[in-house]
Write a protein that binds this ligand. Structure first.
Ligand code: CU
Length: 430
């Protein structure tokens, strides 16, 4: 049954541009209706304004089962197909990337994602299906040059270092069902193959503070790299603005074959507590035990911890500012403990402008060949300007610049002041 539902979602892809209405989930867009004045259709709309996992504004929904602040706005094109509300979203970035120094490289590539969500509301519950695809595999197994990034493999024998691995063609194929227990409580289950277990903040390409920055964070493998996991089942409970959830999932990272489905093992566990104290904030604390995450070190297990806070605020009716601070820690069974810190922000003075920044610091044992722990930092500044070219369709032009800080043993390896830069054109449908 799940398979046929997924198939339906996939088949809906070509139909996406035909969708009739655009909407904005921002808290600004919420309308308050008098219950007594509602007809059936309005009641339906009211149900749509529930989150898919529980009784809260839909704008709180983010990647997997994660939350972001209610004030976050994210566009999508939506339509009704019978009892289903279907929403589509597309973003494609054509990027040229330069990374300087002896470890640098340059390359053009295509990145982005396409997603379709379909939800159906019942009198006491909500069923939600989601499919998310990525064009990343077309850039090649070695991904794109990114100084100080490390994680996963391109050939099954060596670590990918100073490159960001491509995401899998299928980033998410998931189904969730939430059941309302009262006006304030609900219980839910989520299944993904692939999907995102209950660990970390919302993944970088979906969180309001990083959504316009096309570059992956170098702290990805501390905080949010589990967003593509081949086999996840999560059960959770929502009470008002609190969510407690637990996942069983496949600990192994995706392999270098990015077009296929890896085998599901359900050998790892994660737990996350999320709290949105008001409409501007979203906080989470999470823990995960990953069984044999790395193909190249199959005997090692890993324990990860993460804490994060995201803030979103609207101003002057059109602008938005979003920021995230996060800490991640991983401890492997060989006795190595590595920390990472991230702070990022995005300022949108108007809907067609976005300026973003990100600062990261990581403890990484993969950058130096002898396994010595290095402590580099990275600072990114960038922006994107977009223009509407058709209904729901925007074309953008953006650029970013990276400062890499490589002290100690890294200095001779990376050369003096290694830098990175990207220019990109963006096509987005929302
Ligand atoms: Cu990723």
């Amino acid at each position: 049954m799940r398979r046929s539902a997924f198939l339906c979602v996939l088949l809906a892809f070509p139909a996406m541009p035909a969708f009739a209405q655009a909407h904005d989930h921002g808290a600004m867009g919420h309308t308050v209706m008098n219950m007594a004045d509602m007809d059936g259709a309005q009641m339906d709309m009211m149900q749509m304004d529930r989150g898919v996992l529980g009784p809260y504004p839909q704008s709180r929904e983010a990647s997997g089962t994660s939350w972001q602040p209610d004030a976050a706005s994210h566009g999508g094109v939506h339509t009704m197909l019978g009892d289903w509300m279907v929403m589509g979203h597309l973003r494609l970035d054509a990027i040229y990337d330069w990374q300087t120094g002896p470890r640098g490289d340059d390359m053009p590539f295509l990145a982005g994602m396409a997603s379709v969500m379909a939800r159906r509301d019942f009198s006491h519950g909500t069923l939600n299906l989601r499919a998310m695809l990525s064009p990343d595999p077309f850039m090649g197994k070695r991904g794109y040059p990114l100084l100080l990034a490390a994680g996963e493999t391109a050939d099954g024998t060596t670590h990918l270092v100073d490159r960001q691995h491509p995401h899998d063609l299928f980033m998410e194929l998931s189904a969730s069902y939430s059941h309302r227990l009262s006006e304030q409580d609900s219980a839910f289950v989520y299944f993904g193959y692939p999907g995102e277990p209950a660990f970390g903040p919302t993944v970088f390409m979906h969180r309001a503070s990083g959504v316009d920055n096309p570059q992956a964070p170098i702290s990805h493998h501390w905080l949010d790299s589990t967003h593509i996991t081949f086999g996840v089942v999560t059960a959770g409970f929502v009470h008002q603005n609190w969510k407690l959830e637990m996942s069983r999932f496949t600990g192994r990272e995706p392999d270098q074959y990015r077009f296929n489905f890896d085998s599901a093992r359900f050998d790892s566990t994660a737990a996350r507590l999320s709290w949105n104290p008001d409409s501007n904030w979203s906080l989470q604390a999470s823990w995960a035990f990953l069984k044999s995450p790395e193909q190249l070190s199959p005997l090692e297990n890993e324990t990860r911890y993460s804490l994060s806070a995201t803030y979103v605020r609207h101003f002057d009716g059109v602008g938005q500012i979003a920021a995230t601070a996060a800490w991640g820690r991983k401890h492997n069974s060989a006795g190595l403990t590595l920390n990472a810190l991230l702070a990022e922000a995005e300022w949108k003075p108007a809907p067609d402008w976005a300026f973003f920044t990100r600062v990261e610091w990581v403890e990484n044992a993969e950058l130096l060949h002898d396994g010595e722990i290095a402590r580099p930092a990275k600072f990114t500044l960038g922006g994107v300007r977009s223009w509407p070219v058709a209904e729901h369709l925007k074309l953008g032009l953006g650029a970013l610049y990276d400062f890499n800080f490589t002290g100690g043993a890294l200095a001779p390896v990376y050369g003096s002041s290694p830098r990175g830069a990207m220019v990109f054109t963006r096509l987005s449908m929302e």
